[in-house]
Design a protein around this ligand. Structure first.
Ligand code: NAD
Length: 486
């Protein structure tokens, strides 16, 4: 690999169950998206391995009494884990970058550090959040008690492997549960090492179990296992629907689903155009557009459409591919050749349906899987680039005359994950944030901040329930209403 300054530590091998690595037959190759080369292989956990992980989780809950400890003890253990994550950030960042789309320098200063921060954030709920006394008649005593679920099943995607694992593990553990987690088969290693560090930090062995494998075999074994008391999933809407079906077929269990999106970024004529151009770029190009809240539909008032489009195309032209292990971060690769083929197929279908490529529209001539920043104009609401989640560096560009028209274009038939508004008119901003059909709305900015108290989650087919925020902690506890006649 040219310009490679990061040497990846030894790759963890096997599943991580009951606090140790469990070897299993290698079954799935892991490929570097930066080079196209095979880096290693992982096993595919079958129902028996998943059951072993669930039993290890149950045993750890029973022997450590994790859910029944003084909450401050859980808090202390999780803070120690966060300390160790920070200390081991270089190794975690390398394991993250070696097989994913995350540049190692971003993983080091961003993803890994934010994961530690979020684990601390959730740890703090352990001794502060509780049940409630309820006002009832004076001959009665009423309260709401709460308790952990037991074993939480978690399934995460490849686009931000370590952060997604942190989103699941932090609240589940703080709330007193054990976890059986399956990372994406394309990005397994940082999650394994994260689990290993938890044991080194003194979190009881068996509370975090990581099983490796794909969706159809390993994922299905997790979602259908009767010993999993609650499920937390992040991934595509397609997989979310399959999971709901499997859960319905194998026994009901509560679930949180963080799914796909097709989020609009809407720019009004009174917006600060330089700020808008900067935010639109940040809304679609980080991680080569492979993030759930990507602002993949740009909607611009007609009178400023031309200059804003020019500004964007200039910005998009500056991107150059870079190996994720290179010292200096560059444009991210697409996670796999399959995913790049899917992106290109939607772009070509969009052109066939009348879309006009304003820039990009093809892969870079470069090793690995890199797709050019792409802007598509002349699209109607039925165009495939408008209807489909592309999950790549591709945005559509549409213009509107009126606020009503902007709202009609913004409203997606399927998705409602996020939306961005750019305007200097405060009344319009407040009016439209109310109207937008999305779980998150940003005004004069685009993208998450480090205010972890803000919950994230989709409306419509973008999801069910919330990650982050107090809501994610509460989603890992179950409530019990108690009424006593005195
Ligand atoms: P994916 O749905 O293909 O896979 C996600 C995970 O689910 C992987 O671990 C996969 O192995 C597993 N899986 C797949 N099919 C399964 C099944 N039938 N049963 C159980 N598990 C199964 O998604 P991806 O390609 O890894 O990630 C991209 C998708 O994730 C995009 O749609 C993106 O919008 C979404 N995403 C959403 C959020 C959010 O917060 N809403 C965050 C990140 C990513």
């Amino acid at each position: 690999m040219s310009d490679m300054t990061t040497i990846c530590p030894a790759l963890p091998e096997g599943h991580f169950i009951g606090g140790r690595y469990v070897t299993d037959t290698a079954a799935i190759d892991v490929i570097s998206p930066s080079t196209g080369q095979r880096i290693g292989a992982i096993p595919r956990a079958d129902a028996q391995i998943v059951d072993q992980a669930v039993q290890a989780a149950r045993k750890a809950l029973a022997t450590s009494n994790w859910g029944g400890l003084a909450p401050r003890e859980r808090l202390k253990a999780l803070h120690k884990w966060a300390d160790l994550i920070e200390q081991q950030a270089p190794a975690l960042a390398a394991l993250e970058a070696v097989c994913s789309s995350r540049p190692v320098s971003h993983a080091l200063t961003g993803d890994v550090m934010v994961t530690a921060e979020q684990i601390r954030f959730f740890a703090e709920f352990a001794d502060k959040e509780g049940g409630a006394l309820i006002p009832v008649a004076d001959q009665q005593f009423g309260y709401i008690a709460d308790a952990p679920y037991g074993v939480v099943g978690a399934i995460t995607p490849w686009n931000f492997p370590i952060s997604m694992a942190g989103w699941k593990l932090g609240p589940a553990l703080a709330a007193g549960n054990a976890v059986v987690l399956k990372p994406s088969e394309m990005t397994p290693w940082s999650t394994l090492y994260l689990a290993e560090l938890s044991v080194q930090a003194g979190v009881p062995a068996g509370l975090i179990n990581v099983v490796l494998g794909d969706g159809p075999v390993t994922g299905t074994a997790i979602t259908g296992h009767p010993g999993i008391d609650k499920l937390s999933f992040t991934g595509s809407t397609r997989a979310g629907a399959a999971i709901m079906q499997n859960i319905a077929a194998t026994g009901i269990k509560p679930m949180t689903l963080e799914l796909g999106g097709k989020s609009p970024m809407i720019v009004f004529a009174d917006a600060d155009l330089d700020l808008a151009a900067q935010c639109l770029e940040r809304g679609i190009m980080p991680n080569a557009g492979q993030f759930c809240v990507a602002g993949s539909r740009i909607l611009v008032a007609k009178e400023i459409a031309q200059p804003l489009c020019q500004k964007l195309m200039q910005r998009f032209a500056t991107y150059q591919p870079a190996d994720t292990l290179a010292a200096q971060a560059g444009f991210s690769p697409i996670i796999s050749t399959g995913q790049m083929g899917r992106i290109d197929a939607i772009v070509q279908a969009s052109v066939k349906a009348g879309g006009q490529i304003l820039c990009g529209g093809q892969a870079f001539d470069h090793p690995g899987s890199f797709y050019r920043p792409t802007l598509i104009g002349d699209v109607d609401q039925g165009n495939p680039a408008v209807t489909e989640e592309i999950f790549g560096p591709v945005a559509t560009f549409q213009s509107f005359d009126t606020e009503e028209e902007a709202m009609a274009l913004a409203d997606h038939a399927t998705y409602g994950l996020a939306a961005g508004l750019f305007t200097r008119d405060l009344s319009r901003a407040l009016r439209l944030t109310q109207r937008l059909q999305a779980g998150t709305v940003w005004v004069n900015r685009y993208g998450r901040s480090r205010d972890h108290i803000l919950p994230t989650g989709g409306w419509k087919a973008s999801g069910l329930g919330k990650d982050l925020g107090r809501e994610a902690y509460l989603a890992n506890r179950r409530m019990k209403s108690v009424l006593i006649d005195l």
